[in-house]
Design a protein around this ligand. Structure first.
Ligand SMILES: [Zn+2]
Ligand SMILES: [Zn+2]
Length: 314
């Protein structure tokens, strides 16, 4: 007969939580990239070519987000959705020279404001039926005191392919945790920021990273609703199959990976690694009761990561 340890009073055992769970949600999985440039700004491919590249690579939707202009593109054909958007550069940060805001999902082509502040860019996106996220925090040189100034956006780019290939500043998970650890409930987005540039020293930055969205259908409205609700995960390699919270434990199932981490505020959380020359496809984390949030991330044998959105406790 087993002995059941009760969680200490006042501590969570996974019961009191907010989990936007795309794995259990109804609907279908749709793969998309939310940050893309074309020849209408500094990208190398014209809009139909960019769309074709992503379509061929198995994506279901794409946001075209040229600098300071909304590129007119056909919104959809039967099985591929193109979202209207623009990347706007707002005010300076404490260190950053220019803060970039990616707007996407606009209801129609519109003229963005000239030299908007970050707050104005976010409001503009929402007034035009879309949403906004804070682009490449690490690349821009954003710090917490900057990021805490803005709200109304959906979150931050946790990974940006172009920034990673260009100057090794594609990963912004620390910035995301900085915000989550201060109680901001924001999502993390992996995007390409595709310019379709390549060189002898870096692969092309097209069709590398994605968000995997669980939505009822492939329409602008349904994809936006799921992105707002956090019903997606981000990746540039691994697949996350399932995350469950039950009996004081979080379990994650993934494609074969080298490590699976349960990241929480400050020193809470935990990591599970595969043995040398092995991979693993699941991991469990016993909640200790001090977690304010936990998010799952994992890394495959090629060094590529995937990130689930946070589960919030308390
Ligand atoms: Zn940018
Ligand atoms: Zn960009």
């Amino acid at each position: 007969m087993g002995f059941v340890r009760q969680p200490p009073r006042g501590r969570n055992n996974g019961g009191d939580r907010e989990f936007a769970d795309p794995f259990a949600a109804s609907g279908h999985w749709y793969k998309g990239n939310l940050h893309t440039h074309t020849t209408c700004s500094d990208g190398a491919l014209d809009p139909p070519d960019v769309v074709a590249r992503y379509q061929e690579a198995g994506y279901d939707f794409l946001a075209i987000t040229d600098h300071r202009t909304v590129t007119p593109v056909e919104p959809a054909d039967d099985d591929f959705l193109v979202l209207l958007g623009a990347e706007l550069d707002g005010d300076r940060g404490e260190v950053a020279e220019s803060v970039h805001v990616v707007t996407f999902g606009l209801s129609k082509v519109a003229v963005p404001p000239e030299n908007p502040s970050v707050a104005e860019a976010i409001v503009w996106a929402k007034e035009h039926g879309g949403e906004a996220l804070i682009a490449h925090p690490y690349w821009s040189g954003l710090v917490a005191s900057d990021l805490l100034r803005w709200d109304g956006h959906l979150g931050v780019e946790v990974f940006n392919t172009g920034c990673h290939f260009e100057i090794a500043k594609g990963y912004s998970a620390v910035h995301w945790d900085d915000l989550l650890g201060r109680g901001r409930r924001l999502w993390g987005f992996a995007v390409d920021d595709s310019h379709h540039h390549s060189s002898a020293d870096a692969p092309v930055d097209t069709a590398k990273a994605w968000v995997m969205v669980k939505a009822e259908e492939l329409t602008r409205e349904a994809i936006l609703a799921s992105l707002r609700a956090g019903l997606f995960y981000s990746s540039w390699g691994p697949t996350i199959h399932e995350i469950t919270v039950a009996q004081g434990e979080i379990r994650a199932r993934t494609s074969p990976v080298k490590e699976i981490s349960f990241v929480a505020q400050r020193w809470a959380g935990g990591s599970v690694f595969a043995a040398d020359n092995r991979t693993r496809t699941e991991a469990a984390y016993r909640l200790r009761g001090r977690e304010e949030y936990v998010r799952v991330e994992c890394r495959d044998a090629s060094g590529r990561w995937a990130w689930a959105n946070p589960i919030f406790f308390g």
